[in-house]
Design a protein around this ligand. Sequence first.
Ligand code: G3D
Ligand code: MG
Length: 273
Amino acid sequence: MADDHIKRKVLLLGDGAVGKTSLIRRFVVDKFSDDYITTIGTKVTKKDLRLESPGKAIDLTFMIWDVLGQKGYKNIQESAFQGAKGALLVYDVTRGETWRSLREYWLPHLQKVVGPIPFVVVGNKVDLARDRGRAQEELEDLEYTLGVKGFLGSAKTGENVEAIFLRLAKDVVAEAGPKVTDEVSEAEDATSELIEVTDQIIMDFCEVMGGHEAAMPIVRQQLTRAGVDVKAPTVDGLRLALEYLAETESSFRNAADVEASKTKRLAWLKEVS
Ligand code: G3D
Ligand code: MG
């Protein structure tokens, strides 16, 4: 019996509050919580899986990237997409606009950055669907137009959560399944300039720190401390966040570099305020 061990990065994408963080939590620790904490930046969770098939077993380590769902954070999102080998595209069955977003925003972006990779569509919160038959029809619409496998599921009840991740795991390992193709077209999205600047500042900080995984926990901490809401950042909040980020940087960079970064970021902020 030949055993392989492989490691793959996968993404959870979809609008804010569709249940991405809850799905990961359900899959990884089999829990559900009603507290809604907005994902700031990105968060990576590891999960080991064993895929058995006749005569062969594959040990797969999933690095599951939870990417903030707020539109407009293009730099963070697109840099988080780098190196991904698969994706779950999640919408909320009770909010039709999140279903459209997959086609109009998430898929075009994903495809632009990573090219064709396997993905699975998830209609989450099916426990709340008033009409399950209708939810199923909507899912089938999406399956048909995107040529993709989809599931209705619920992070709350756990329905289909295993099946969803396992399906993605199998497609990723086989590098088979439906791929993101260029049939989807990108729709223009209206983005607040302050969100663009927040995006730019966070990415600049990531570069200083040498990448998302080291930087994002600090970004989360300091933006929260400064009271910045990533869905609607304010100039005052961001100004404070810049101070806090500079403060943390000063423990490992020299003062002149820290000051130069801060001045640069303040200038971006001034341009839009
Ligand atoms: P996100 O990571 O995509 O932004 P979250 O979404 O996982 O943070 O979930 C957003 C809200 O939806 C949370 O509720 C969460 O509890 C709820 N939720 C997630 N999945 C399900 C589900 O399958 N069923 C139901 N009923 N609720 C779900 P609050 O109320 O805290 O906003
Ligand atoms: Mg989240």
